[in-house]
Write a protein of this length. Structure first.
Ligand code: AMP
Length: 422
């Protein structure tokens, strides 16, 4: 029969990589707690409407990347392609706002998008992110940006760039969209269908196009930050001033608009020079318009999402290892049937004492067991043969220091616990 393969654009995370993932997850949880963010977990799938309404129909995600299917009751469901809309859905549905007006939430989650797989672009990938809901203040935008940077810096990542922009409020944006649409229509005489569609439906999206032929036109385009109404301009100014005061370097990028419709005011992205074409580590911004799409109230909010695969790629490229390879404390080697019968009870005793322990489960030769002990990376080999059994001791080999000692049964766990500290 034909061998089955994983779905294109998905990855198996094998045991040798898991320690890095776990260390990254621990780091994220610790840093989130430092900023007083609390974890929220939402289902892996949602009603399709959560995303169609929450993200916007003219975005790439909704128009072509979602894994959408009908269940047996003919409901349209979608594997979540992003977390902001589900978190807001959960926030409203569970009336979290009734408890306290401001909520700091974070998540770690697998996401699904039917993209063209390439380095740093997967169909199932993992994000962590933060959603700071309830405050319209620029201080909340700054808190969110500082959190994103703090996590990266704590990992030891270097050579990152923070870019920021403002996409304003609807009062600033609507007249600007009309202006931009006119400009683009006049200056791109024969647009490709995708570009024509964007000019018509979501002209801001043209600004973040990577198409070489459009760069000149994009650079010369009217800038939204030059058309911000007073309060939107004040918000943006405050964010920049606070970042500078906090000693954070950033570059203003008027072409940074991000793909999603719900953004307002501040948008930002952090890129790493350790990555290739897909160089964004995280993206985020303020999204004061999302809550109304999903419920009937307004909740101002700001957040970011970071790609975990990309972070691990950047760490590897910069030679940063978050965790040592995993190894047990002990590998037990037995010689002869009588000793082998003692293997299971001894393993149990060691583990009860808090020592991680493994042994041979194939009845292999002593030589093969030694090889396995080496391969496992265990700190100690415990050897139990006929002599040892008769005189009730173990030959304990310290694999780190290449020393060997005989240790009576009764003293074994205490001896190992003490030695493990060296
Ligand atoms: P987005 O939700 O598109 O704003 O993406 C936020 C972050 O998630 C990006 O900066 C990437 O680090 C990561 N990311 C987005 N899409 C993918 C993907 N298809 N594969 C891997 N990482 C991704």
């Amino acid at each position: 029969m034909k061998q089955l393969k994983r779905i294109k654009g998905t990855q198996d995370i094998l045991p040798e990589k898991s320690p890095q993932w776990q260390a990254l997850e621990r780091h994220i949880r610790r840093e989130m707690a430092l900023f007083n963010f609390r974890e929220i977990r939402t289902p892996v799938f949602e009603m399709t409407e959560v995303f169609a309404r929450g993200i916007g129909q003219f975005t790439d995600i909704v128009s072509k990347e979602m894994y959408t299917f009908q269940d047996r009751s003919r409901k349209s469901l979608t594997l979540k392609p992003e977390m902001t809309a589900p978190v807001m859905r959960a926030f409203i549905e569970n009336t979290l706002y009734a408890r306290t007006p401001v909520h700091k939430l974070y998540y770690l989650a697998p996401l699904f998008r039917q993209e063209n797989p390439q380095a740093g672009r997967l169909r199932q990938f993992h994000q962590y992110g933060a959603e700071f809901i309830g405050s319209p203040a620029p201080e909340a935008d700054v808190e969110t940006i500082l959190l994103a940077l703090h996590i990266f810096e704590g990992l030891g990542l270097k050579n990152m760039e923070l870019r920021i922009n403002s996409v304003g409020d609807p009062e600033s944006r609507e007249p600007y969209k009309a202006l931009l649409r006119d400009y683009l229509s006049q200056n791109i005489p024969d647009p490709e269908p995708v570009v024509a569609e964007r000019i018509a439906n979501n002209p801001l999206r043209v600004l973040d196009s990577k198409d070489e032929n459009l760069q000149e036109v994009i650079q010369q385009a009217p800038k939204l930050i030059d058309h911000l109404k007073e309060s939107a301009a004040a918000h943006y100014h405050s964010v920049k001033a606070q970042l500078s005061k906090a000693g954070v370097g950033f570059r203003e990028d008027p072409t940074l608009v991000r793909g999603l419709d719900y953004y307002t005011h501040t948008v930002f992205e952090v890129t790493s020079d350790a990555l290739g074409a897909q160089n964004a580590l995280c993206g985020g911004g303020r999204y004061d318009l999302l809550a109304r799409e999903l419920g009937d109230k307004d909740f101002p909010a700001v957040g970011f999402a970071a790609g975990m695969e990309r972070i691990l790629m950047a760490l590897e490229a910069q030679g940063i290892q978050l965790a040592e390879p995993e190894a047990p404390d002990i590998f037990m080697i037995t010689m002869g049937q009588a000793a082998r019968e003692e293997m299971t009870p001894w393993l149990a005793r060691l583990r009860r004492a808090g020592l991680s322990a493994d042994a041979d489960f194939l009845g292999r030769s002593v030589k093969a067991q030694f090889r396995e002990a080496n391969r496992s990376g265990a700190r100690f080999s415990l050897i139990l043969g006929e002599d040892e059994l008769e005189q009730k001791f173990f030959s304990v080999k310290d694999m780190k220091n290449s020393t060997q000692e005989n240790v009576p049964f009764g003293e074994l766990t205490g001896y190992l616990l003490q030695k493990r500290k060296d």
